[in-house]
Design a protein around this ligand. Structure first.
Ligand code: ZN
Length: 429
């Protein structure tokens, strides 16, 4: 799509096209089939939107076991999706009688993610869209994580903040509308979940989802030992474990609010590798390092978010905030790592919300919907359909790197005709 077409589309979305009034469409429901295979999960879901309510009719998730590879290998994930998604979707369609009663919209993750993995479900989604003659919507994966609270509550209101913490991404995003996003903090190296996985592997913790195993390992430490660990400082090596760990980007030169606020999670892994080269690690030491590493990884996220709140808030800090976050009332915390209960409680206790002008309500999606799933892709697809009234061209390609701020400014969006929208929302008349 040429730039002129993009700007006409954006202008059309914002200003002059017809807008179907979904507020009047109260009782008639429409069904959405969603597919997701951006990483190592093959997922499918069937949702119904009726009035303001989104209901999950059915959903399936199958995950590649990468334990023997020591991490996700893109070619293995690609082959896994190829083997799994066809039979899974076939079974799913039969079970939900979609052959005689097809859904009204097909949604599928278009990016970001591993291109091979993404292409498997995108090709299948295009096939279903052609076979059933239903519109296709190519969804941004992170928009799915961000909008999933809409499944459980219809009270998510723009503008809001979204903190995404997963194996592939760690970012703080300011969402002004479904298509206007500003990434306020991003990682300069790896994602928090990736760092957790790699640190766990260095510590000899085993399992398929290592970050989860690390959480389980730390939770298995008895309470009195944890309290003792809590009282031990890692500011220097001068402790019984000879272990030093501090928060990245907190040196004396970093006191001022930086122009570009970033996370950095690679130093945690280097610290453990360096420790192992020079020290023997008995079980107590392993426990101590796991405990402190998990806690400091989360504290680093909170620390950088606090800097962003100070910079973009409205109240007086060390410097006056620029007011970007004026009117923000909610913070969504989602992504695979956001299911960690310690992380959730630290976030609630340690965020400096006094930099904002209103009370903040935390939105913690159910743990089931924090990890990758197709339901969130369906929820985001519904939002794109209702707010923007666009569908995807059948020639769209998967997008490996897709900044959230560029949701609409990529090729492949087609404005929907009024008759097309009416056909969907009146489908059960
Ligand atoms: Zn994800």
């Amino acid at each position: 799509m040429q730039y002129g077409t993009v700007s006409r589309l954006v202008y059309g979305i914002r200003h002059c096209r017809f807008r179907f009034n979904f507020g009047r469409m109260i009782l008639r429901g429409y069904k959405v089939l969603a597919l997701e295979s951006s990483c190592d999960d093959s997922c499918i879901a069937l949702l119904e939107k009726k009035g303001l309510q989104i209901t999950v009719i059915d959903e399936v998730k199958k995950t590649l076991n990468s334990q023997k590879f020591g991490g996700i290998v893109p070619t293995e994930a690609y082959e896994f999706h190829q083997r799994v998604i066809g039979p899974t979707v076939h079974e799913f369609c039969k079970k939900n009688q979609l052959d005689t009663n097809p859904p009204d919209i097909i949604c599928c993750t278009r990016g970001p993610g591993m291109v091979g993995s993404l292409s498997v479900s995108l090709q299948l989604a295009k096939g279903l869209s052609v076979a059933w003659n239903k519109p296709l919507i190519g969804v941004h994966h992170m928009l799915g994580h961000t909008l999933i609270p809409k499944l459980e509550s219809d009270e998510l209101q723009y503008p809001f903040l979204s903190l995404l913490a997963s194996g592939g991404h760690t970012m703080l995003v300011h969402l002004k509308s479904v298509s206007e996003h500003e990434v306020l903090v991003d990682t300069c190296d790896i994602a928090v979940g990736d760092s957790l996985d790699k640190c766990a592997r260095e510590l000899g913790i085993e399992g398929n989802i290592l970050g989860k195993e690390m959480e389980r390992y730390v939770n298995s430490i008895d309470e009195s030992t944890r309290q003792r660990f809590e009282s031990i400082s890692t500011f220097s090596r001068d402790n019984e474990f000879n272990f030093k760990l501090s928060l990245p980007m907190r040196g004396p030169s970093m006191k001022a609010v930086p122009g570009n606020i970033q996370f950095s999670f690679a130093p945690f892994l280097s610290t453990i590798k360096h420790f192992k080269q020079n020290n023997y690690m008995d079980e107590k030491t392993r426990q101590f390092i796991a405990y402190k590493t998990q806690q400091f990884l989360f504290r680093h996220v909170i620390d950088r978010v606090n800097v962003a709140l100070e910079k973009h808030g409205v109240k007086q800090g060390r410097v006056m905030g620029d007011g970007t976050l004026k009117g923000v009332k909610q913070l969504v915390f989602s992504g695979g790592v956001a299911s960690n209960r310690l992380f959730r409680s630290m976030l609630q206790q340690e965020l400096k919300l006094h930099f904002l002008d209103t009370d903040i309500e935390f939105q913690f999606p159910s743990v089931t919907w924090c990890t990758d799933n197709a339901v969130m892709i369906g929820v985001a697809g519904i939002e794109i359909f209702e707010q923007l009234q666009v569908r995807s061209d059948l020639g769209i390609m998967p997008i490996r790197k897709w900044p959230m701020s560029e949701l609409i400014n990529v090729g492949g969006w087609v404005p929907m005709e009024e008759s097309e929208v009416r056909k969907i929302v009146n489908s059960n008349m």
